[in-house]
Design a protein around this ligand. Structure first.
Ligand SMILES: CC(=O)O[C@H](CC(=O)[O-])C[N+](C)(C)C
Length: 226
């Protein structure tokens, strides 16, 4: 539990940093409202930026989860796992699964932020301000964004987890893992874990966006000109 929790904070910080950078790069002035496809692009950039933390964090998480279900204990914990991977094959081993993570997170994070912004806009009363939305509406928008994110992310997430936990020699290319899942389980195999991901997605992301909005309000109150 400790390791995933310790990983979530920098990942979410990087997620929101990448998104805000993606928005700034497309705006001509700070108040400019972006169109839906521009919000998607900003989210995609966020997915790209987070890969630097997400890939090794998930490689370690997936290996430890796989080990928990087997009799053989190769790693004593996350730090030992990182150390062993690095000693064996350097950064290349820690960053195994980068392509699949990018294929998952660039589109999924684009959809994540786009659906959140669209939901907030749709729920804003005519003539009202998006920034005045109630807590319940922010929770709803965040929860729906989490669901949309996972609908897009799940197939690549299934492939990525398999790829990251397999012995180095098992798959030569990313396409090999895709072919294997389709051959053994059919297209349904790409949606393994769908229900569990959905059950977690709504509350986790509702809370995440509420935390983000509250922190932003607090920071804007502390530094009104910042
Ligand atoms: C795939 C993933 O980590 O999704 C995040 C939401 C969640 O439920 O964990 C969102 N994001 C990729 C934007 C960090």
């Amino acid at each position: 539990m400790g390791a995933p929790l310790a990983g979530v904070t920098p990942i979410m910080a990087m997620t929101f940093f990448g998104f805000s950078l993606g928005k700034k790069l497309q705006q001509t002035h700070p108040q400019e409202k972006l169109r839906a496809h521009q919000v998607f692009i900003a989210g995609g950039l966020s997915g790209l930026c987070t890969a630097i933390i997400v890939v090794p964090a998930e490689r370690i998480k997936c290996l430890l989860q796989a080990q928990a279900n087997s009799a053989q204990k190769r790693f004593s914990g996350p730090v030992d796992c990182a150390r062993q991977l690095f000693q064996e094959m350097g950064l290349r081993s820690l960053y195994r699964g980068t392509v699949l993570t990018l294929l998952r997170d660039i589109p999924a994070t684009g959809v994540y932020f786009m659906s959140y912004e669209l939901m907030k806009e749709k729920m804003t009363p005519h003539g009202g301000r998006v920034s005045d939305l109630s807590v319940a509406r922010i929770l709803l928008a965040g929860g729906v964004a989490g669901i949309c994110n996972w609908i897009v992310a799940i197939p690549m997430d299934v492939l990525k987890s398999r790829f990251q936990t397999a012995p180095e020699s098992r798959y030569r290319r990313v396409a090999d893992v895709f072919r294997e899942v389709l051959r053994d389980e059919g297209p349904r195999g790409l949606y393994k874990g769908f229900t569990a991901a959905m059950l977690r997605a709504f509350p986790a992301n509702a809370a995440c966006f509420l935390g983000f909005e509250v922190s932003m309000k607090f920071l804007n109150w502390l530094f009104p000109d910042g």
